[in-house]
Ligand binder design. Structure first.
Ligand SMILES: N=CN[C@@H](CCC(=O)O)C(=O)O
Ligand SMILES: [Zn+2]
Length: 426
């Protein structure tokens, strides 16, 4: 063999090999995780051009050799649910939370999401861009190379479009691949308090323009007490489907209203949160092939005891993924590795299920399965070198950043200034 590659990663302890699949992993399939030990990986342009053993790699020429020091290498992670574009911040709500004021009560009093709406209306498009870029840079440093981002802090045409334009520009200019979701139905603005249906009509009227300008792939709605009912959500989702969009739903996050059943009924691509999902709802997701996007960081941050029933979902054959839900109110972290730990501790997911959740299943939840969430010959070179000796180590050692080097489309986009020396017994 006389091969040359642009970048060669050698001395890899465990190289996670995820295949490109036509559908997400469900049930027992989520337990399957293949890896190659003592491996090497070559990158040419933006593609993976070699996968083999360290021995085989000795024949390969390169100008850019990375010694992975026996650590693990995985595909870039995919975060399928974020609210990354927003104005302001809500640290003042922490004290309210400590006093026991519930999340939906803060919203009812005009705070919460509505407080971020005010800040997002006020901020200029340029500053909104800079602010979102800051958070995306941080996500990249945690090993996320593909992300979904939602609007929903405008609740009026001008600001919703401003958020979606920021996401589009970031997708064009930032290293991160971004999938946009229109979440105009995120809360009821004060001027529509008495007439939420008219507000939904106003948001639906935006869909042709959003389609025309290619501003979003998905349409989402927050189905919750004090926000939109199941009936309103159904009408909204069906209308969005008629307008040519795949749909998502924030369902049964705080109260069990039946949004999970609705997600199955309308064949949503994914249903999010699902903390209060009923048995019937879980079965409906399995039958419809709707992906469950679980957000344990939100349950943690809202100080709740009850987490989504990931084990039941997996047993019932639902494809499960997890996400940061990064947003300024209910989950203020870009650290998906922390979410992997919460998935282990609170959702009782196994390390294998967690790795499938943050790669292949997450990619399917945002329609990126052809480009992201797998690691195979000929695939996109989105790769992370971790400061960890094996894949089980990352959910285990929580709260810190284990990503050492992040490669996106064949380019090193993040590298720790000081490489952490991997000691044999960490
Ligand atoms: N629950 C609705 N939306 C977000 C929170 C938004 C906010 O509090 O700003 C979520 O997914 O958790
Ligand atoms: Zn959300």
């Amino acid at each position: 063999m006389n091969k040359t590659v642009d970048i060669l990663l050698t001395n890899i302890g465990q190289l996670l090999l995820m295949e490109k699949l036509d559908s997400p992993k469900k049930g027992n399939e989520m337990q399957q995780l293949s890896y190659l030990e003592n491996a090497a990986l070559g990158i040419t342009g933006n593609e993976i051009s070699f996968i083999g053993t360290i021995e085989e790699a000795k024949e390969i020429k390169t100008n850019y050799l990375i010694d992975c020091e026996g650590k693990i290498v995985s595909p870039g992670l995919v975060d399928p649910h974020t609210h990354v574009v927003f104005g302001g911040s809500r640290e003042h709500e922490l004290a309210l939370k400590q006093q026991g004021v519930p999340y939906l009560e803060i919203l009812k009093q005009g705070g919460g999401i509505l407080s971020t709406v005010r800040a997002t209306r006020e901020i200029s498009e340029e500053d909104l861009y800079k602010k979102a870029k800051f958070h995306l840079d941080r996500m990249l440093s945690y090993g996320i190379t593909t992300v979904e981002g939602k609007s929903g802090y405008g609740l009026d045409k001008e600001t919703e479009l401003k958020q979606l334009r920021v996401l589009k520009k970031l997708n064009q200019r930032h290293e991160m691949d971004i999938v946009s979701t229109f979440l105009g139905a995120h809360a009821i603005p004060a001027n529509y308090k008495e007439n939420p249906d008219a507000f939904l009509d106003e948001m639906l009227a935006m869909l042709p323009q959003i389609k025309e300008e290619n501003l979003a792939t998905y349409v989402d709605i927050f189905c919750e007490t004090g926000v939109f009912t199941v009936e309103q959500s159904k009408r909204f989702m069906l209308a969005a489907k008629d307008a040519g969009f795949d749909v998502k739903i924030h369902a049964d996050e705080i109260d069990s209203l039946g949004g999970t059943e609705l997600a199955g009924e309308v064949k949503a691509i994914s249903a999010e949160h699902l903390v209060g999902a009923s048995d019937r709802g879980i079965k409906a997701l399995a039958e419809a092939g709707t992906i469950a996007v679980l957000l344990p960081g939100t349950t943690f941050y809202l100080g709740k005891e009850k987490y989504a029933r990931a084990r039941t979902m997996i047993e019932e054959g639902v494809a499960v993924t997890i996400s940061t839900d990064f947003n300024p109110g209910s989950c203020v972290t870009e650290n998906i590795q922390m979410i992997m730990s919460l998935a282990a501790l609170k959702l009782k997911m196994t390390p294998e299920e967690i790795w499938n959740a943050v790669t292949i299943n997450a990619a399917h939840a945002i329609g990126k399965e052809d480009e992201a969430g797998y690691l195979a010959l000929g695939g996109n070179a989105d790769v992370v070198i971790w400061d960890a000796p094996n894949y089980k180590y990352i959910p285990y050692h929580y709260g810190v950043n284990h990503a050492n080097t992040v490669i996106k489309n064949g380019k090193v986009v993040f590298e720790r200034v000081k490489r952490v020396e991997q000691i044999s017994s960490p």
